[in-house]
Design a protein around this ligand. Structure first.
Ligand SMILES: *Cc1c(COP(=O)(O)O)cnc(C)c1O
Length: 398
Protein backbone atom coordinates (compact mmCIF):
# COMPACT_ATOMS: atom_id res chain seq x y z
CA UNK A 1 0.00 0.00 0.00
CA UNK A 2 1.38 3.44 -0.78
CA UNK A 3 1.50 6.35 1.63
CA UNK A 4 -1.35 8.30 -0.01
CA UNK A 5 -3.71 5.35 0.22
CA UNK A 6 -2.75 4.78 3.84
CA UNK A 7 -3.27 8.43 4.73
CA UNK A 8 -6.80 8.23 3.37
CA UNK A 9 -7.57 5.13 5.41
CA UNK A 10 -6.04 6.09 8.72
CA UNK A 11 -5.29 9.38 10.33
CA UNK A 12 -2.45 8.18 12.48
CA UNK A 13 0.32 7.45 10.00
CA UNK A 14 3.88 8.27 10.90
CA UNK A 15 6.10 8.56 7.79
CA UNK A 16 9.85 7.80 8.06
CA UNK A 17 10.54 11.50 7.54
CA UNK A 18 8.72 14.63 6.47
CA UNK A 19 9.03 18.40 6.11
CA UNK A 20 8.23 21.01 8.76
CA UNK A 21 6.75 24.17 7.23
CA UNK A 22 5.85 27.15 9.44
CA UNK A 23 4.44 30.64 8.84
CA UNK A 24 7.91 32.10 8.24
CA UNK A 25 8.33 29.69 5.32
CA UNK A 26 4.96 30.66 3.90
CA UNK A 27 5.75 34.37 4.27
CA UNK A 28 9.15 33.98 2.66
CA UNK A 29 7.69 32.20 -0.38
CA UNK A 30 4.75 34.61 -0.61
CA UNK A 31 7.15 37.55 -0.74
CA UNK A 32 8.81 36.13 -3.83
CA UNK A 33 5.46 35.32 -5.42
CA UNK A 34 4.52 39.01 -5.08
CA UNK A 35 7.89 40.24 -6.39
CA UNK A 36 9.14 40.88 -9.93
CA UNK A 37 11.19 37.72 -10.29
CA UNK A 38 10.07 34.14 -9.77
CA UNK A 39 13.37 32.91 -11.14
CA UNK A 40 16.85 34.39 -11.76
CA UNK A 41 16.19 37.09 -9.17
CA UNK A 42 17.90 37.73 -5.84
CA UNK A 43 16.64 34.78 -3.76
CA UNK A 44 18.93 32.11 -5.27
CA UNK A 45 22.21 34.04 -4.75
CA UNK A 46 21.04 34.93 -1.23
CA UNK A 47 20.26 31.29 -0.45
CA UNK A 48 23.66 30.24 -1.84
CA UNK A 49 25.45 32.79 0.30
CA UNK A 50 23.70 31.75 3.50
CA UNK A 51 24.20 28.06 2.74
CA UNK A 52 27.95 28.34 2.10
CA UNK A 53 28.36 30.42 5.24
CA UNK A 54 26.36 27.92 7.26
CA UNK A 55 28.57 24.95 6.32
CA UNK A 56 31.83 26.83 5.80
CA UNK A 57 32.51 26.39 2.09
CA UNK A 58 33.59 29.25 -0.19
CA UNK A 59 31.14 28.62 -3.02
CA UNK A 60 27.73 27.08 -3.42
CA UNK A 61 25.77 26.44 -6.60
CA UNK A 62 22.04 25.89 -6.06
CA UNK A 63 20.21 23.69 -8.56
CA UNK A 64 16.84 21.98 -8.98
CA UNK A 65 17.85 18.68 -7.31
CA UNK A 66 20.74 16.84 -5.72
CA UNK A 67 20.72 14.56 -8.76
CA UNK A 68 21.46 17.58 -10.99
CA UNK A 69 24.12 18.72 -8.52
CA UNK A 70 25.81 15.30 -8.65
CA UNK A 71 25.70 15.34 -12.45
CA UNK A 72 27.33 18.77 -12.83
CA UNK A 73 29.81 17.89 -10.07
CA UNK A 74 30.96 14.87 -12.13
CA UNK A 75 31.15 17.02 -15.28
CA UNK A 76 33.06 19.81 -13.53
CA UNK A 77 35.62 17.22 -12.40
CA UNK A 78 35.98 16.23 -16.06
CA UNK A 79 34.41 12.81 -15.83
CA UNK A 80 34.47 11.28 -19.29
CA UNK A 81 33.36 8.17 -21.11
CA UNK A 82 34.90 4.98 -19.64
CA UNK A 83 36.46 6.81 -16.69
CA UNK A 84 36.14 4.87 -13.44
CA UNK A 85 33.98 5.96 -10.52
CA UNK A 86 33.89 4.05 -7.25
CA UNK A 87 31.04 4.28 -4.76
CA UNK A 88 28.89 2.16 -2.44
CA UNK A 89 25.87 0.13 -3.46
CA UNK A 90 23.91 1.08 -0.34
CA UNK A 91 22.59 4.43 -1.54
CA UNK A 92 19.87 6.00 -3.60
CA UNK A 93 20.28 5.17 -7.29
CA UNK A 94 21.01 8.83 -8.16
CA UNK A 95 24.47 8.53 -6.57
CA UNK A 96 25.60 6.08 -9.24
CA UNK A 97 23.36 7.38 -12.04
CA UNK A 98 25.17 10.74 -12.03
CA UNK A 99 28.38 9.00 -13.14
CA UNK A 100 26.55 6.88 -15.71
CA UNK A 101 25.14 10.11 -17.26
CA UNK A 102 28.77 10.97 -18.12
CA UNK A 103 29.44 7.57 -19.66
CA UNK A 104 31.66 6.51 -16.76
CA UNK A 105 32.00 2.97 -15.41
CA UNK A 106 30.78 2.57 -11.85
CA UNK A 107 32.38 0.06 -9.48
CA UNK A 108 30.54 -0.76 -6.25
CA UNK A 109 32.51 -1.30 -3.05
CA UNK A 110 31.08 -2.87 0.06
CA UNK A 111 29.91 -1.00 3.15
CA UNK A 112 31.15 -1.42 6.70
CA UNK A 113 28.38 -3.38 8.43
CA UNK A 114 28.65 -1.23 11.55
CA UNK A 115 28.51 2.28 10.06
CA UNK A 116 26.76 1.45 6.73
CA UNK A 117 29.24 3.78 5.01
CA UNK A 118 32.09 2.78 2.68
CA UNK A 119 34.44 0.24 4.30
CA UNK A 120 37.64 2.29 4.31
CA UNK A 121 39.95 -0.68 4.99
CA UNK A 122 38.51 -2.40 1.97
CA UNK A 123 38.96 0.76 -0.08
CA UNK A 124 42.61 0.96 0.90
CA UNK A 125 43.20 -2.69 0.05
CA UNK A 126 41.45 -2.40 -3.30
CA UNK A 127 43.37 0.74 -4.24
CA UNK A 128 46.66 -0.98 -3.42
CA UNK A 129 45.99 -3.97 -5.71
CA UNK A 130 44.36 -2.06 -8.61
CA UNK A 131 46.42 -1.40 -11.73
CA UNK A 132 47.11 2.27 -12.28
CA UNK A 133 44.96 2.51 -15.40
CA UNK A 134 41.99 1.09 -13.50
CA UNK A 135 42.17 3.44 -10.52
CA UNK A 136 39.07 5.63 -10.02
CA UNK A 137 38.95 9.20 -11.27
CA UNK A 138 36.26 10.02 -8.71
CA UNK A 139 35.12 8.42 -5.48
CA UNK A 140 31.55 9.31 -4.47
CA UNK A 141 31.11 9.11 -0.72
CA UNK A 142 27.68 8.72 0.89
CA UNK A 143 27.07 9.70 4.52
CA UNK A 144 24.31 7.16 5.03
CA UNK A 145 21.43 8.27 7.26
CA UNK A 146 23.44 11.43 8.06
CA UNK A 147 26.29 9.63 9.84
CA UNK A 148 29.59 11.02 8.49
CA UNK A 149 31.98 8.74 6.61
CA UNK A 150 35.66 8.52 7.65
CA UNK A 151 36.62 11.56 5.58
CA UNK A 152 40.09 12.13 7.02
CA UNK A 153 41.28 8.64 6.03
CA UNK A 154 39.54 8.80 2.66
CA UNK A 155 41.08 12.20 1.93
CA UNK A 156 44.55 10.81 2.70
CA UNK A 157 43.99 7.96 0.26
CA UNK A 158 42.80 10.41 -2.42
CA UNK A 159 46.13 12.22 -2.26
CA UNK A 160 48.12 8.98 -2.48
CA UNK A 161 46.12 7.50 -5.36
CA UNK A 162 45.15 10.80 -7.02
CA UNK A 163 41.40 10.56 -7.26
CA UNK A 164 38.79 13.27 -6.68
CA UNK A 165 36.11 13.10 -3.99
CA UNK A 166 32.44 14.04 -4.32
CA UNK A 167 30.42 13.79 -1.12
CA UNK A 168 26.83 12.81 -1.75
CA UNK A 169 25.73 14.49 1.48
CA UNK A 170 22.04 14.35 0.57
CA UNK A 171 21.43 12.94 4.06
CA UNK A 172 24.00 14.94 5.94
CA UNK A 173 23.25 18.67 5.97
CA UNK A 174 23.78 19.58 9.63
CA UNK A 175 26.19 16.71 10.37
CA UNK A 176 29.83 17.22 11.36
CA UNK A 177 33.14 15.56 12.15
CA UNK A 178 34.65 17.32 15.18
CA UNK A 179 34.20 20.98 14.26
CA UNK A 180 34.23 20.26 10.51
CA UNK A 181 30.74 20.65 9.17
CA UNK A 182 29.85 18.33 6.30
CA UNK A 183 29.83 20.70 3.33
CA UNK A 184 32.98 22.64 4.20
CA UNK A 185 34.83 20.52 1.62
CA UNK A 186 37.96 20.28 3.75
CA UNK A 187 38.23 16.62 2.78
CA UNK A 188 36.55 16.65 -0.62
CA UNK A 189 36.42 18.51 -3.93
CA UNK A 190 32.66 18.96 -4.07
CA UNK A 191 29.87 18.28 -1.57
CA UNK A 192 26.26 17.85 -2.65
CA UNK A 193 23.09 18.39 -0.60
CA UNK A 194 19.45 17.54 -1.35
CA UNK A 195 16.48 19.65 -0.29
CA UNK A 196 13.79 17.09 -1.03
CA UNK A 197 11.06 17.30 1.69
CA UNK A 198 12.34 14.24 3.60
CA UNK A 199 15.89 15.68 3.95
CA UNK A 200 17.34 18.02 6.65
CA UNK A 201 15.73 21.12 5.11
CA UNK A 202 13.50 21.47 2.06
CA UNK A 203 12.99 23.72 -0.95
CA UNK A 204 10.27 21.41 -2.38
CA UNK A 205 12.70 19.99 -4.89
CA UNK A 206 16.26 21.27 -4.88
CA UNK A 207 19.92 20.64 -4.33
CA UNK A 208 23.28 22.36 -4.15
CA UNK A 209 26.94 21.67 -4.89
CA UNK A 210 29.51 23.25 -2.58
CA UNK A 211 33.22 23.70 -3.17
CA UNK A 212 36.23 25.79 -2.18
CA UNK A 213 37.53 25.78 -5.76
CA UNK A 214 36.52 28.87 -7.73
CA UNK A 215 37.07 27.19 -11.12
CA UNK A 216 34.84 24.25 -10.20
CA UNK A 217 32.13 26.62 -8.95
CA UNK A 218 32.26 28.63 -12.19
CA UNK A 219 32.08 25.49 -14.29
CA UNK A 220 29.06 24.26 -12.37
CA UNK A 221 27.32 27.65 -12.70
CA UNK A 222 27.80 27.46 -16.45
CA UNK A 223 26.54 23.87 -16.63
CA UNK A 224 23.34 24.59 -14.69
CA UNK A 225 22.35 27.31 -17.17
CA UNK A 226 22.75 25.75 -20.65
CA UNK A 227 26.47 26.54 -20.73
CA UNK A 228 25.56 30.18 -21.34
CA UNK A 229 27.98 32.88 -20.18
CA UNK A 230 26.59 36.39 -19.59
CA UNK A 231 29.57 37.91 -17.83
CA UNK A 232 31.38 40.14 -20.36
CA UNK A 233 34.74 39.51 -18.69
CA UNK A 234 34.47 35.79 -19.34
CA UNK A 235 33.28 35.92 -22.95
CA UNK A 236 35.39 34.22 -25.60
CA UNK A 237 34.55 36.92 -28.16
CA UNK A 238 34.95 40.54 -27.14
CA UNK A 239 31.74 42.46 -27.69
CA UNK A 240 30.36 45.62 -26.19
CA UNK A 241 26.84 44.95 -27.39
CA UNK A 242 24.32 44.64 -24.60
CA UNK A 243 22.46 41.84 -26.38
CA UNK A 244 25.50 39.61 -26.71
CA UNK A 245 25.73 36.32 -24.82
CA UNK A 246 27.45 33.08 -25.64
CA UNK A 247 27.02 29.37 -25.13
CA UNK A 248 30.45 28.04 -24.32
CA UNK A 249 29.70 24.42 -23.49
CA UNK A 250 26.79 21.99 -23.51
CA UNK A 251 24.86 22.68 -20.32
CA UNK A 252 21.39 22.07 -18.94
CA UNK A 253 18.52 23.90 -17.35
CA UNK A 254 19.20 22.79 -13.79
CA UNK A 255 18.36 26.19 -12.25
CA UNK A 256 16.63 26.53 -8.91
CA UNK A 257 13.73 29.02 -8.97
CA UNK A 258 13.51 31.95 -6.54
CA UNK A 259 10.31 30.47 -5.11
CA UNK A 260 12.25 27.38 -4.05
CA UNK A 261 15.23 29.40 -2.83
CA UNK A 262 12.95 31.58 -0.67
CA UNK A 263 11.73 28.46 1.09
CA UNK A 264 15.35 27.36 1.48
CA UNK A 265 16.33 30.67 3.09
CA UNK A 266 13.68 30.41 5.79
CA UNK A 267 14.27 26.66 6.25
CA UNK A 268 18.01 27.19 6.81
CA UNK A 269 17.18 29.38 9.82
CA UNK A 270 15.64 26.29 11.42
CA UNK A 271 18.43 23.85 10.52
CA UNK A 272 20.05 23.84 13.98
CA UNK A 273 16.68 23.27 15.60
CA UNK A 274 15.84 20.47 13.15
CA UNK A 275 19.13 18.66 13.86
CA UNK A 276 18.71 19.11 17.60
CA UNK A 277 15.22 17.60 17.44
CA UNK A 278 16.37 14.69 15.28
CA UNK A 279 19.18 13.99 17.77
CA UNK A 280 16.75 14.21 20.68
CA UNK A 281 14.41 11.67 19.06
CA UNK A 282 17.39 9.41 18.26
CA UNK A 283 18.44 9.54 21.89
CA UNK A 284 14.97 8.50 23.01
CA UNK A 285 15.08 5.61 20.54
CA UNK A 286 18.48 4.46 21.85
CA UNK A 287 17.04 4.40 25.38
CA UNK A 288 13.86 2.59 24.33
CA UNK A 289 15.24 0.07 21.92
CA UNK A 290 18.53 -1.02 23.44
CA UNK A 291 17.12 -4.21 25.00
CA UNK A 292 15.21 -5.38 21.93
CA UNK A 293 16.61 -7.93 19.41
CA UNK A 294 17.73 -5.09 17.15
CA UNK A 295 20.97 -3.58 15.89
CA UNK A 296 20.94 0.17 16.46
CA UNK A 297 22.82 2.88 14.52
CA UNK A 298 26.57 3.22 15.10
CA UNK A 299 27.69 6.17 17.23
CA UNK A 300 31.08 7.76 17.47
CA UNK A 301 32.28 10.50 19.76
CA UNK A 302 32.96 13.70 17.78
CA UNK A 303 30.82 12.50 14.84
CA UNK A 304 27.51 14.40 14.87
CA UNK A 305 24.81 12.67 12.81
CA UNK A 306 22.03 14.68 11.19
CA UNK A 307 19.79 11.59 11.63
CA UNK A 308 18.09 12.01 8.28
CA UNK A 309 17.15 8.37 8.90
CA UNK A 310 16.99 6.22 11.99
CA UNK A 311 17.80 2.75 10.69
CA UNK A 312 17.24 -0.29 12.88
CA UNK A 313 18.36 -3.75 11.78
CA UNK A 314 16.86 -7.11 12.75
CA UNK A 315 19.41 -9.39 14.40
CA UNK A 316 20.14 -13.00 13.36
CA UNK A 317 17.22 -14.26 15.42
CA UNK A 318 14.59 -12.04 13.81
CA UNK A 319 16.08 -11.69 10.33
CA UNK A 320 13.90 -14.37 8.73
CA UNK A 321 10.77 -12.45 9.74
CA UNK A 322 11.84 -9.28 7.89
CA UNK A 323 8.94 -9.21 5.42
CA UNK A 324 6.38 -9.95 8.08
CA UNK A 325 7.70 -7.33 10.52
CA UNK A 326 7.96 -4.70 7.77
CA UNK A 327 4.33 -5.23 6.71
CA UNK A 328 3.14 -5.36 10.30
CA UNK A 329 4.72 -1.98 11.05
CA UNK A 330 3.07 -0.44 7.97
CA UNK A 331 -0.32 -1.92 8.84
CA UNK A 332 -0.07 -0.47 12.32
CA UNK A 333 0.62 3.02 10.99
CA UNK A 334 4.42 3.30 10.82
CA UNK A 335 5.27 4.07 7.21
CA UNK A 336 8.69 2.44 7.44
CA UNK A 337 10.99 2.16 4.42
CA UNK A 338 14.06 0.29 3.23
CA UNK A 339 17.02 2.59 2.50
CA UNK A 340 18.35 0.98 0.35
CA UNK A 341 18.22 -2.02 -1.93
CA UNK A 342 21.76 -2.44 -3.29
CA UNK A 343 22.08 -0.36 -6.47
CA UNK A 344 24.05 -3.07 -8.26
CA UNK A 345 21.10 -5.45 -7.93
CA UNK A 346 18.67 -3.08 -9.69
CA UNK A 347 17.57 -4.52 -13.07
CA UNK A 348 19.17 -1.61 -14.96
CA UNK A 349 22.53 -2.08 -13.27
CA UNK A 350 22.39 -5.84 -13.77
CA UNK A 351 21.75 -5.22 -17.46
CA UNK A 352 24.69 -2.86 -17.98
CA UNK A 353 27.02 -5.07 -15.91
CA UNK A 354 26.18 -8.40 -17.51
CA UNK A 355 29.67 -9.82 -17.26
CA UNK A 356 30.67 -8.15 -14.04
CA UNK A 357 30.11 -9.22 -10.45
CA UNK A 358 30.40 -6.92 -7.46
CA UNK A 359 31.30 -8.34 -4.11
CA UNK A 360 29.10 -6.51 -1.60
CA UNK A 361 27.91 -9.04 0.99
CA UNK A 362 27.39 -6.37 3.65
CA UNK A 363 25.18 -4.24 1.38
CA UNK A 364 23.08 -7.35 0.73
CA UNK A 365 22.87 -8.35 4.39
CA UNK A 366 21.97 -4.74 5.22
CA UNK A 367 19.09 -4.73 2.71
CA UNK A 368 17.64 -7.89 4.25
CA UNK A 369 17.62 -6.51 7.78
CA UNK A 370 17.31 -2.69 7.67
CA UNK A 371 14.18 -0.70 8.46
CA UNK A 372 13.98 3.11 8.58
CA UNK A 373 11.62 4.05 11.40
CA UNK A 374 9.96 7.48 11.73
CA UNK A 375 12.21 10.42 12.65
CA UNK A 376 11.40 14.07 11.93
CA UNK A 377 11.49 17.27 13.99
CA UNK A 378 7.80 17.64 14.81
CA UNK A 379 7.37 14.11 16.22
CA UNK A 380 5.72 14.39 19.63
CA UNK A 381 6.62 12.31 22.68
CA UNK A 382 3.40 10.41 22.17
CA UNK A 383 4.45 9.69 18.55
CA UNK A 384 7.80 8.38 19.83
CA UNK A 385 6.05 6.17 22.37
CA UNK A 386 3.72 4.90 19.67
CA UNK A 387 6.72 3.80 17.57
CA UNK A 388 8.13 1.99 20.59
CA UNK A 389 4.82 0.23 21.32
CA UNK A 390 4.30 -0.95 17.74
CA UNK A 391 7.92 -2.08 17.39
CA UNK A 392 7.82 -4.14 20.57
CA UNK A 393 4.57 -5.74 19.41
CA UNK A 394 6.04 -6.63 16.02
CA UNK A 395 9.09 -8.25 17.60
CA UNK A 396 7.04 -10.23 20.14
CA UNK A 397 5.07 -12.03 17.46
CA UNK A 398 7.72 -14.70 16.86
C1 LIG B 1 17.68 12.07 -1.94
C2 LIG B 1 18.97 11.57 -2.42
C3 LIG B 1 19.48 11.91 -3.68
C4 LIG B 1 18.71 12.67 -4.70
O1 LIG B 1 18.22 13.84 -4.25
P1 LIG B 1 17.22 14.70 -5.16
O2 LIG B 1 17.32 16.07 -4.59
O3 LIG B 1 15.87 14.08 -4.97
O4 LIG B 1 17.68 14.60 -6.56
C5 LIG B 1 20.75 11.48 -4.01
N1 LIG B 1 21.47 10.73 -3.17
C6 LIG B 1 20.99 10.35 -1.97
C7 LIG B 1 21.87 9.55 -1.07
C8 LIG B 1 19.72 10.75 -1.58
O5 LIG B 1 19.24 10.35 -0.40
Amino acid sequence: MNLNKLLKKKNKILPYSRQLIDNNDIESVTKVLKSNFLTQGQAVPKFEKILSKKVGAKYSVAVNSATSALHIACLALNLKKNDKVWTTSTSFVATANSAIYCGAKVEFLDIDIKTYNLDVNLLEKKLSITKKKNLPKILIIVHLAGFPAEMVKIFRLSKKYKFKIIEDASHALGASINSNKIGNCKYSDICVFSFHPVKSITTGEGGAALTNDKKLAEKMRLLRNHGIEKNKKKMLKKSNADWYYEQQTLGFNYRMSDIHAALGISQLKKLNYFIKRRNYIAKRYFDFLKDLPLILPFKKKSFLSSYHLFIIRLNELKKKNYNWIFSFLRKKGLFVNLHYLPIHLQPYYKKINKNKKFNCPNSILFSKTAISIPIYPQMSNSNINFVKKVLIKSLEKF
